[in-house]
Design a binder for this molecule. Sequence first.
Ligand code: ADP
Ligand code: MG
Ligand code: ZN
Length: 475
Amino acid sequence: MKYEAVIGLEVHCQLLTETKLFCGCRTKFGAAPNTQVCPVCLGMPGVLPVLNKKAVEFAVKTALALDCRINERSIFARKNYFYPDLPKSYQISQYMEPFCEKGFLDIEDDGKTKRIGITRIHMEEDAGKLLHGDTPDDDGSSFVDLNRACVPLIEIVSEPDMRTALEASAYLRALRDIVVYLGVCDGNMEEGSFRCDANVSVRPVGTEKFGTRAELKNINSFKFVKDAIDYEIDRQIDLIESNGKVIQETRLFDSAKGITVSMRSKEEAHDYRYFPEPDLSPLIITKELIEEMRKTLPELPQAKRRRFVSVYGIPAYDAGVLTAEKALADYYEAVVKETGEPKISSNWVMGELLPLLEANGYSTLTPATSGSVINMVKSGAINAKTAKEVLKEASKTGKSPEEIVKVSGAGQISGEEELLKLIDAVIAANPDNLARYKAGKDKLFGFFVGETMKAAKGQANPAVLNKLLKERLGS
Ligand code: ADP
Ligand code: MG
Ligand code: ZN
């Protein structure tokens, strides 16, 4: 029998607010344990939560970008469970009445577009973190760090619309691109500010009814999403084929071994004894706020990709690379303004500039600098090899390309007299090859080009060099 997978993702995004969801504590990652806490996020008795307006704005922006319906009225609820990283013994979340429902996200796979439904988005607070084993005195005790408690999250729940691990990772990437473009989340999977649980089931091809799903936790990279889902699909098919039954459970992905292992049987909603949070009034999102947020929406990655292809005429592949980060896309557009050459600029940005920008940042190597280096290559003032050196130097030091070229004497040799001197020396030094060339071994032309280029330390203008050599060799 042939099987197909059914996959739905639950994605948690940490919102990039300065302060937490219900108190004024900072949200900065990496602070010393329990230094960003107060009575509210420590869960002291009698304290009251106050909702962070910025978090609501970020949530609304995300909902708009994902074409969701935004509910005017939504309700915070208590999700009750006991765990040492949750001092209140409940998490404030949204349950029956989330602020946002029914959106979608289009993913591109193999040139085809597929629409993935978004069931809902709700706001909630994060829990703290437990540190096991790797503790200051390493005596086997566990520690609790509540810096993360009460940090604002949105949970984006997809419809079970994905059928392959590749589709799931494409969806996750597209989603990450969007929240990063919006500036509502830093998208850092390693630090856990963008994390994903994958729900996976399988069914015989051609059947409608969904199989029993397992929920995979602890997936913190795009590669792991794909690996975990692929493993899980195989596991479930093997199980069914050997007359076993998939049970609904939560499984943990062990990235070192590349397998999923059972963690606990799946909890049901009623286990959490949800009830409306009595300390918060209903959240009212006004039309005015929605319109205000709509005005702040930037051009989203997909729209930008399409525009790059249609306006600049560059290949879809280039557009994909260039729009992966908003800063890079802006950079590329600024370089094109300098050079007027979309494709040549794209080659330089993707090839030479991207690694430099990643290593040294955007501040030293401005688009104006890069543009003028590309223009120097265009005009023949320097060759491509020199240009790469100049860009490297400029990226490290922030010096102007003109200055670097002047100081290093790296200007390209286009002067015929100067080049002829080098050519004559090369010819004089290689009488044997000259004779063979004259006898018809045309391929040796390349040898003379190479030798002369070497003598010019790579700085000869290739076109001029070719022309002069042809004349000198009498071909
Ligand atoms: P829970 O909190 O119980 O996990 P949610 O409604 O938050 O429930 O999320 C359920 C997720 O599981 C959704 O992304 C949904 O698309 C997905 N899902 C539901 N049923 C199946 C199934 N049979 N196979 C795969 N995914 C499923
Ligand atoms: Mg779930
Ligand atoms: Zn606090």
